[in-house]
Design a protein around this ligand. Structure first.
Ligand code: DAK
Length: 260
């Protein structure tokens, strides 16, 4: 499908989705969110995509937030519709069956930081900058920033970012656990691809169930979460991937996973 505000490229089981509005630092307006929703639903239904990478086009930004010129004109009802669409997109990313890596190549502010938070892993360029500057605009984070951020970095760090609107650099983001690691700018996509290839060589069934177990289990109490893990563990034995993985180990050869 042809998109106006995003690009999707699938190669070797890895889908790279690029937010493509560099003149507005890839800010998210309604049309961009609509395209993203359709694109991620399509990816979620694909058996050929094993890992997803999300990044921003241009040299400066991952995503510099929700589009302020679009939001400025909203009334309460259309703001609600916009907020719901944003949540729908980020929930779709978070709940995609495939793992998602954010390749944060520059500014990740407001809705852009929130988009990175909805991904499973975050790798940042040493030029990336992070923040929730909504308080400068008289609003609060509206795409899950007050919820996903404290769950990831703890309430103290999240409160500092959300209350002050301050912008932090990539090293600071690494220190507080907002990103998995920081890499030299020129190596960002290659580092993401190395990680994506490593994951896509594994059993797709097992990787999808790992994601389900972590995402759903982390909100449960430990006893229920461990029971849930046992259920998903047993489910692996219904798939040919488990038989192939264990047989290949015993035969001292590399497994040929089919993802079924
Ligand atoms: N929206 C629209 N345009 C943006 C933009 C944004 N978020 N960020 C940058 N741009 C545009 C600039 O206006 C400029 O356009 P032209 O003037 O060239 O036409 C172009 O991108 C280049 O930006 P700058 O000239 O400003 O570039 P600099 O390098 O000087 O500065 C910057 C880069 C990232 C520091 C600066 O652009 C900046 O501060 N941008 C705004 C960052 C920001 O405040 N982001 C958070 C947005 S608030 C809700 C749901 C969600 C949200 C709200 C409500 N509901 C529930 C309804 C989410 C809110 C947000 O994300």
């Amino acid at each position: 499908m042809q998109w106006d505000n995003i690009e999707k490229n699938v190669e070797g089981g890895i889908a790279t989705v690029t937010i493509n509005r560099p003149k507005a630092l890839n800010a998210l307006n309604y049309d961009t969110l609509k395209e993203m929703l359709a694109c991620f639903i399509e990816i979620g239904e694909s058996r050929d995509v094993h890992v997803v990478i999300i990044t921003g086009s241009g040299e400066k930004a991952f995503v510099a937030g929700a589009d302020i010129s679009f939001m400025e004109k909203l009334d309460p009802l259309s703001a609600r519709q916009f907020g719901k669409l944003g949540h729908e997109v980020l929930n779709t990313i978070e709940n995609l069956p495939q793992p998602v890596i954010a390749a944060i190549n520059g500014f990740a502010l407001g809705g852009g930081c929130e988009m990175a938070l909805a991904c499973d892993m975050r790798l940042a360029s040493d030029r990336a900058k992070f923040g929730q500057p909504e308080v400068n605009l008289g609003v609060i984070p509206g795409f899950g920033g007050t919820q996903r951020l404290p769950r990831l970095v703890g309430k103290g760090h999240a409160n500092e970012l959300v209350f002050s609107g301050k912008i932090i650099d990539a090293d600071e983001a690494g220190r507080i656990g907002l990103v998995n690691r920081v890499v030299p700018h020129e190596q960002l996509l290659e580092e993401c691809l190395i990680l994506a290839r490593m994951i896509s060589a594994k059993s797709p069934v097992a990787v999808r169930l790992c994601k389900e177990s972590v995402n759903n289990g982390v909100e449960m109490d430990l006893d229920r979460a461990c029971e849930y893990e046992v259920d998903l563990f047993s489910l692996c034995f219904a798939a040919s991937d488990q038989k192939e993985g264990m047989k290949a180990f015993l035969e001292k050869r590399a497994p040929q996973f089919k993802g079924e």
